[in-house]
Design a protein around this ligand. Structure first.
Ligand SMILES: Cc1ncc(COP(=O)(O)O)c(C=O)c1O
Length: 377
């Protein structure tokens, strides 16, 4: 039997045709598909600007750069996330500060953010874990009053909404990722979404070596071939081939989200009252959407979690654990002095969590198999 993974892409003939058309065109990179994908993302996410990058981590690096964070500054994030949420801040030489999670949403507990803010805090990076949108309305104005830039890591949350607000509301920049397990894919890819023109300009420079050809921004020359490198940027460009795939995928995004929510309902109906598994429910009002990148299941303790993980894997269900708390990574222990017990809620969550299959292309038979297996556990 083929393994059933916790997540996987959905590619159809229209995606393949879109890529093939681009391969036959004049531009493989820096062409019209990149601009087109960015416009489509703006329309879909309800924001003014989008800058697509070669991957989500590069996009986050750009956001930390645009925020102006540097050596000596601090940024705050959640311990329950992938390394990439913080790596951009580390690349800029800043120091990580963690704020423990809220046990209901599994996101950073925004009520406690102010306890860890210092006069060095430059950026706050909340993460919408698993697709459940982190609710920033309560704190955004206070953070702005303190001059703090909010970078929403919405890698898991394309299409998510809370009380009618999308992922770009109540933040300065939001990042989405197009890795194959995410909602839509470009193979590798990511984007920053923003309504702020200053950040937009910085991000565009950063993506392309800090180079501009815009006549209005040139300082030392005006010749038609002339360009200037004005910042230290990188080659973080995304290709037209990837963006053609992204545009084709984005057309299916609402369908994908609907299916993810159907799957969540099925799991919730099966295990909502279970004593073995703690499962979560999707929102039931029209103004809120959990985009369910992951479907996290909590076991009663670490021993049960290990048994369940091994049991599922031994039966061809490729479950995963999201995430080993970031502060417990050897890099964080040795460079920043973090250790066990620092963030008890995150550590307890980690010890009990397993992500079960959640992707639109899962068949009804596969879903039934996963559910029957869990019932037998
Ligand atoms: C929460 C989070 N942030 C950032 C990233 C980085 O995205 P990418 O893999 O596109 O670099 C990921 C990727 O898995 C992620 O899960």
């Amino acid at each position: 039997m083929k393994n059933i993974s916790y997540g996987r892409q959905f590619i159809d003939d229209s995606d393949i045709s879109a890529v093939v058309e681009t391969l036959k065109s004049d531009y493989l990179t820096q062409g019209p598909e990149v601009d087109g994908f960015e416009s489509d993302l703006c329309r879909y996410c309800g924001c003014k600007y989008a800058v697509a990058f070669s991957n989500g981590t590069a996009a986050l690096h750009g956001a930390y750069f645009a925020a102006g964070i540097k050596n000596g500054d601090e940024f705050i994030t959640t311990p329950i996330t992938f390394a990439a949420s913080a790596n951009g801040g580390l690349y800029m030489g800043a120091s990580p500060v963690f704020c423990d999670i809220d046990e209901n949403s599994y996101n950073i507990d925004i009520n406690n953010i102010f306890d860890v803010i210092t006069n060095k805090t430059k950026v706050v990076t909340p993460v919408s874990y698993g697709g459940n949108p982190v609710w920033l309305e309560k704190v955004y104005k206070d953070l702005k009053d303190r001059g703090i830039v909010v970078i929403h890591d919405a890698a898991h949350a394309l299409g998510a909404k809370k009380n009618g607000h999308g992922i770009v509301d109540f933040c300065d920049m939001a990042m989405v990722s197009f890795h194959p397990v995410k909602h839509i894919t470009t193979g590798e890819g990511g984007a920053i979404l923003t309504n702020n023109e200053y950040f937009y300009e910085k991000l565009k420079l950063f993506r392309n070596h800090g180079i501009t050809k815009d006549p209005e921004k040139l300082e030392f020359g005006k010749d038609p071939w002339y360009y200037e490198m004005r910042e230290l940027g990188y080659n973080y460009r995304i290709t037209d081939i990837q963006c053609a795939l992204g545009r084709s995928q984005l057309k299916k995004s609402d369908r994908f989200l609907k299916r993810r929510n159907e799957i969540a309902d099925i799991y919730y109906n099966e295990f909502g009252n279970s004593e073995k598994f703690k499962v979560i429910r999707g929102y039931k009002d029209e103004d809120s959407i959990n985009s369910f990148h992951l479907y996290p299941v909590l076991l009663s303790d670490g021993e049960q979690r290990k048994r369940f993980f091994e049991y599922m894997r031994n039966n061809n269900v490729w479950v995963q654990v999201h995430y080993i708390p970031l502060h417990l990574m050897p890099y964080y222990r040795s460079n920043f002095g973090f250790g066990e017990g620092d963030f008890p809620k995150a550590e307890s969550f980690y010890s009990r969590e397993v992500s079960i299959p959640m992707f639109p292309a899962i068949s009804d038979l596969e879903l039934e198999y996963v559910i029957e297996l869990m019932k037998k556990f």
